[in-house]
Write a protein that binds this ligand. Structure first.
Ligand code: ADE
Ligand code: ZN
Length: 327
């Protein structure tokens, strides 16, 4: 089955995490920045566990120093997405890596990213501003201010990534409240490493409509029921979970059990070059391991679009593309 040509919706993609290693290496050379320990001999990103992953990720980000760098990065990432058949993507954008959370600087970065997105008419892109959990609640407020001050047609959501073992979801409630009151869509990484309890905290304390990962909810049947009943959407990234060791194998991954329990979900790549994956490869695996067929992928992409942080006109347009391809 050729799944590459299936039109796809991706809701969980970190812009810097989607940077091909060759792109980062090229920028490092241009700027004479040394990136010791970031790459393996065969040119991929080097890490053995989640802590190292975050460290290497942040080291790679040190070469991204200007709006122009982010313009080029966005173009490169969208080109890869287009090759995978992606028609709508939400990218996680971190003001912390774009001027250190300074609003005036962020405006220039946001403009550059939006310009690059506008030059790729085959893909609709929206930006979800993410604060970084291990940078702490005070720093998160600067990301929330950046989100609220630049929200509009392009910046449509606010979320949180980073190390889930640091503090609690509720420590970031001030920032999420600010974003909610401004009308932004909300998502947070939960239940990737922090167990089902972290997902409960995200729902109770941050009132998000979507959860990044959320897969460890499977250990708590009452929570699974609540997710299904409240129509909370999980942005599931199975290849990321297997590569980072959240689950030992694809067979052990709970995506199909969550789906069968009635939980709304979709499929994303998180940080594809870090995990040696792309969206078509994820689809191939889902087909091979869980027997997902074209109809299943249509359903999942439709669920993604229903949960997308975009206006009705864009939602209708993308759903039409999905339906036409599925006729
Ligand atoms: N930032 C980039 N990828 C991430 C992940 N998988 N979990 C938390 N923060 C991240
Ligand atoms: Zn993520």
């Amino acid at each position: 089955m050729n799944l590459k040509s299936v039109p796809k919706v991706e809701l969980h993609l970190h812009l810097e995490g989607a940077a091909p290693p060759s792109f980062i290496r090229g920028l490092a050379q241009e700027k004479s920045i040394s990136l010791d320990g970031v790459f393996t001999e065969d040119g991929g990103y080097r890490f053995e566990d989640f802590t190292q992953f975050l460290r290497v990720y942040e080291a790679a980000c040190t070469v991204l120093k200007s709006p122009e760098d982010f313009y080029r990065l966005t173009k490169a990432v969208l080109e890869n997405s287009r090759e995978q058949g992606v028609v709508y993507t939400e990218a996680f954008l971190s003001p912390d890596f774009c001027g250190g959370g300074d609003l005036a600087a962020w405006r220039d970065y946001a403009d550059a990213i939006e310009d690059a997105a506008g030059s790729e008419p085959e893909i609709e892109m929206r930006g979800v501003i993410t604060c970084i959990r291990h940078f702490g609640p005070e720093q998160a407020k600067t990301a929330a201010v950046c989100a609220v001050e630049t929200m509009g047609d392009f910046i449509t959501g606010f979320g949180m990534g980073g190390d889930e073992s640091v503090g609690h979801q509720g420590d970031y409630a001030y920032s999420f409240d600010m974003a909610r009151e401004a009308g932004l869509g909300l998502t947070t990484h939960a239940g990737e490493w922090g167990g089902a309890e972290s997902v409960r905290e995200a729902l109770d304390d941050l009132s998000v409509s979507r959860i990044g990962h959320g897969v460890q909810s499977i250990d708590d049947p009452a929570l699974v029921e609540r997710l299904a009943e409240d129509e909370i959407h999980l942005e599931v990234c199975p290849g990321s979970n297997v590569a980072l060791g959240v689950y030992p194998s694809w067979d052990a991954h709970p995506i199909e059990r969550l789906r069968k329990a009635g939980v709304l979900l979709s499929v994303s790549t998180d940080d594809p070059p870090f995990f040696h994956t792309d969206l078509s490869s994820e689809y191939d695996r889902l087909n091979a391991v869980f027997d997902w067929d074209i109809d299943r992928f249509f359903q999942v992409n439709k669920m993604a679009m229903d949960a997308a942080f975009c206006d009705k006109k864009t939602r209708d347009k993308i759903i039409k593309i999905l339906e036409t391809a599925n006729d």
